[in-house]
Design a protein around this ligand. Structure first.
Ligand code: ASP
Ligand code: MG
Length: 284
C-alpha cells in the first residue's frame, strides 16, 4: 500500500426486512444501525425488502394483488417486473432517509447492483455478482442501498428470486463483495431453540452452524431463507440474525468448525452430515 493511501474499510452487508423499513420510526432505527457500522469503521452495504406486509401500499402481496385483480394468467415476466418495484421503492426511501440524516447514500436496483440471474422468473438463481458500481459508490464514501429479491438476466430481463429472496440478495452480495459478515435484521432477536409460542423456555442461540439452521427447517426458515444460508455457507461468509429494534448481538451463523474454534468446544455432529440437506434446500 502506498503512502497516504487509506486502507479500504471492510464491507458489512446489512439487510433489513419489510417490517424493519415499514415506518419512519423503524427506518430511523435502521439509520442508527448504519451509522453505528460506519462509526465502527465498516463500509456498510444495505439490502432492503419491500415496505410492510400485505395491505401496505408497496408490499409484495399488494403488488401481486393489483395484477391478480385484472388477470389470472399474467406472464411470469410481467409479474416479476411489478414485484421488483416494491424493493426499488424501498431502496429509494431508505437511501433518502439516510441522506436526510447526513449519511451519503444511493439506491440501486438489483440490475444496477450487478446481480446476474438465470431466466427462471419467480424463482431465479443468482449466477454471479458484478459489483463494479457498488465498489464505485463505496470508493466515493457512499452507502449503497440495494433493492433485495431481484436480479437481471444476461439479456436484461428483470427477475425475482422467490419469496423471502432479499435474504438471498444479502448473502450473494456478501460473497460477491467478500464481506466480513452479512447481518439479517428482522423483528426477532435471532434463531431460537424452539418456537416460543409452543415452548415458553425457548431461548435465542448465540451461535449455530449453517447446517444446523438449515436442518431446523420451519423454525430456521422463519428467520432466514435457506437459500441464503446455503450461499453464505458455500462462500464462507458469516451470517448474523438480529433484531432491528435492539442492540442485542443476535445469532451468529457460521461453519461448525468455526463455532468450536470460537467456543473452545469439540466440533458438533452436524459437520459430517452433508449433501442430503443441501440438496433438499436446493429444491426450495
Ligand atoms: N418482498 C419479498 C417477499 O415478500 C422479498 C422479501 O421480503 O425477502 O417475499
Ligand atoms: Mg424474510
Amino acid at each position: 500500500m502506498e503512502k497516504g493511501q487509506v486502507e479500504p474499510r471492510p464491507v458489512l452487508v446489512q439487510k433489513f426486512g419489510g417490517t424493519s423499513v415499514a415506518t419512519a420510526e423503524k427506518r430511523a432505527q435502521v439509520t442508527g444501525h448504519v451509522r453505528q457500522a460506519l462509526q465502527q469503521g465498516f463500509a456498510p452495504v444495505i439490502v432492503v425488502s419491500a415496505m410492510g406486509r400485505a395491505g401496505a401500499p408497496y408490499a409484495t402481496d399488494t403488488l401481486l394483488g393489483l395484477v391478480k385483480d385484472i388477470a389470472q394468467d399474467t406472464p411470469a415476466r410481467s409479474l416479476d417486473l411489478i414485484l421488483s418495484c416494491g424493493e426499488i421503492i424501498s431502496a429509494v426511501i431508505m437511501a433518502e432517509t439516510l441522506r436526510a440524516a447526513g449519511i451519503p447514500a444511493a439506491p440501486f436496483t438489483g440490475a444496477q447492483a450487478g446481480i446476474i440471474t438465470n431466466g427462471q422468473f419467480g424463482s431465479a438463481r443468482v449466477l454471479r455478482i458484478q459489483p463494479e458500481r457498488l465498489w464505485q459508490a463505496l470508493d466515493q464514501g457512499i452507502v449503497p442501498v440495494v433493492a433485495g429479491f431481484q436480479g437481471v438476466t444476461e439479456t436484461g430481463e428483470v427477475t425475482t428470486l422467490g419469496r423471502g429472496g432479499s435474504d438471498t440478495t444479502a448473502a450473494a452480495l456478501g460473497v460477491g463483495l467478500r464481506a466480513v459478515e452479512v447481518q439479517i435484521f428482522t423483528d426477532v432477536n435471532g434463531v431460537m431453540t424452539a418456537d416460543p409460542r409452543l415452548e415458553p423456555n425457548a431461548r435465542t442461540l448465540q451461535t449455530i452452524s449453517y447446517r444446523e439452521v438449515m436442518e431446523m427447517a420451519q423454525l430456521g426458515a422463519k428467520v432466514i431463507h435457506p437459500r441464503a444460508v446455503e450461499i453464505a455457507m458455500e462462500g464462507r461468509v458469516p451470517l448474523r440474525v438480529l433484531a432491528t429494534g435492539s442492540n442485542n448481538p443476535g445469532t451468529l451463523i457460521v461453519d461448525a468448525r468455526e463455532i468450536s474454534h470460537r467456543a473452545g468446544e469439540p466440533v458438533t455432529h452436524v459437520e459430517i452430515r452433508s449433501d442430503r440437506v443441501v440438496r433438499a434446500v436446493t429444491q426450495m
